[in-house]
Write a protein that binds this ligand. Structure first.
Ligand SMILES: [Zn+2]
Length: 278
């Protein structure tokens, strides 16, 4: 199942948009005999259909084993739609199931900035994954060849711009790594001038090299603080799992987030510290 399809003349169709993103309507594609629509991923033939939850989507005539779109779980499928809907509600243009020209990556949802440049890729993730997989997957750098390792919205007004330097073995933060974080903050400011950047680096050391210039306002997640963060997340999860249905209690979730200082305003003041000169 997917939300997108390709028509020879109309171009790309997005079932989550009222005009399908190409000035057409659902009636133009749903149960229309002889209409040729292709999967953007495998080019196999697809048809428009309503799910049992009334969600518009496209399904493959013959489900190919190799097509990533054909083999997504219904949960993943719905989560993608949630992500696109949330981005659109926040005032962004968002496209579902976007592949690069060379097909070396595909974003579940690609979000565009005010100048209509690709700005953020949102990924639905329901199966277990390692931290390393996560770092690879949420990389603007990988998508656009530039930009930070990771972006994280802390509030409507502030986002953390993160560089992951966990593999460093140096006792100090090297100039090139510091410059990279500075470059990512500039990239971010250029793409999203209304939002304030909080520069964050994950690094074994919080000490700046003598040659390096610290990025103003930056904070460092050191191994000690990362350990503290892991403990907080674990006890947060345990607290919510302690009785059935506690997960669904908004007030309980809010209290636990606040208690463990995992809210957007406390997170990096608690689990990261300022850089220190040598
Ligand atoms: Zn396909």
């Amino acid at each position: 199942m997917g939300y997108t399809a390709v028509h020879a003349e109309w171009g790309r169709l997005d079932a989550s948009l009222e005009d399908l993103g190409c000035g057409r309507s659902w009636a133009d594609v749903h149960r229309v005999g002889g209409l040729e629509l292709a999967c953007p991923e495998c080019r196999g033939r697809v048809f428009a259909r309503l799910s049992s939850h009334r969600a518009r989507h496209f399904y493959h005539q013959v489900r190919p084993e190799t097509c990533a779109l054909a083999n997504e779980s219904p949960e993943h499928h719905l989560l993608k739609l949630e992500l696109a809907t949330a981005a659109r509600a926040a005032g962004f243009r968002a496209e579902l199931e976007v592949s690069s020209a060379t097909r070396n990556w595909r974003a579940d949802v690609l979000v565009f900035d005010q100048q209509d440049r690709p700005f953020m890729a949102l990924e639905a993730q329901l199966s277990p994954m390692t931290a390393q997989d996560a770092a690879l997957r949420s990389r603007p750098e990988k998508l656009y060849g530039t930009g930070p390792d990771n972006l994280w919205a802390l509030s409507a007004a502030q986002q953390a711009v993160t560089e992951l330097k966990t593999g460093c073995t140096t006792g100090t933060i090297a100039k090139k790594d510091m410059d990279q974080l500075g470059g990512s903050v500039r990239w971010f400011n250029d793409h999203n001038p209304e939002v304030k950047a909080l520069p964050v680096m994950m690094h074994p050391s919080r000490v700046s090299d003598a040659k390096a210039t610290a990025v103003p306002g930056m904070r460092v997640v050191t191994p000690e603080l990362f350990k503290k963060l892991k403990e907080a997340v674990t006890s947060y999860a345990a607290a919510l799992a302690s009785s059935p249905d506690r997960w669904a209690n908004e007030q309980a979730v809010r209290e636990q987030l606040a208690y463990h200082k995992l809210t957007g305003d406390r997170f990096f003041t608690t689990y990261a510290e300022p850089v220190r000169p040598l």
